[in-house]
Each structure stands twice: as C-alpha cells, then as structure tokens.
Design a protein around this ligand. Sequence first.
Ligand SMILES: [Zn+2]
Ligand SMILES: [Zn+2]
Length: 153
Amino acid sequence: MTTIAEARTSWTATAKFTPGSYIKARRTAQLLSLQDVAARIATHPHVPEHDRVAWLERIEADQVPASIHTIDALRSVFRFDRSVLDSLAAIARGERDLIHTPRICRVCACSWRCPCSREREECAWVEGQDLCTACEPLAGSQPESVPAQDAAA
Ligand SMILES: [Zn+2]
Ligand SMILES: [Zn+2]
C-alpha cells in the first residue's frame, strides 16, 4: 500500500477531478465557452446534432460519458491529455485507485504531457502542490486555497 506522502512524488490526491470536470477545466483554461466548442465540433459527423451545448454540459457534469468520437472531436478544439482523461474515467468506474490520480494542476488542469506554454516556456510543478508555475500567480501561495475560478471568467 502506497502512502499519500510517497504517492505525492508523482501522483496527487488533492485535486478532485472527474472526467467531466477535467474537460471543463481544460476548456475554461483555454478561454473557450460551451458555445465556442459546440460551434467548432459542428463539422464532426459522429457528434450528435441536437443541442450540442446542453449535451456538452451533461458531459462536463459527468451525466453522460464522452464517447471516443466525442473525445476526438473535443481534442480538435482544445488541448487535453487523453491518458489523464482515461485515468480519471477508470477511477470514476472504480477500476483504478484514487491514489493513482494523475498529477493535474488544480487551476488549469495541465499535466506533464499537456503543459502550459507561455512565451515559449513550459510550466513546471510548484513544489509539493498540484499547481503549475503558470497558475502560481493566480492561485496565491496557500497549498489549499480555493480554486481560482475567476481565472477562467
Ligand atoms: Zn496550471
Ligand atoms: Zn501548467
């Protein structure tokens, strides 16, 4: 059994992401509205046509799972890490232990395969926190500060 302290070197248990909230966090971090995403996936034949905004909201609320086709369509619109999403989905189904949550920035939901890139510099982890250096100025220095939702507004 791995302790939290050991796990925290590469995994996190403080950021409580679900598949839906991960997709939502990545979308808002890239300053896209649901309407933006709905409009941009309109050309994908496998995505249901009826009220795409409401349907995306249900995915982000974990009321419906995102299909392979949906994930591909969403990935054509904004950046997220497929393996992180797969891990979170496995945890949500109870097939993977919560302690194996991938390390995800609690503000922007970036991860090591999908880092922020600002002025050609990639972000890094803030020591001991589920927070990346790109978000550090927004989040303050307290390890358990409230999520910086205003950063996405
Ligand atoms: Zn971040
Ligand atoms: Zn980052």
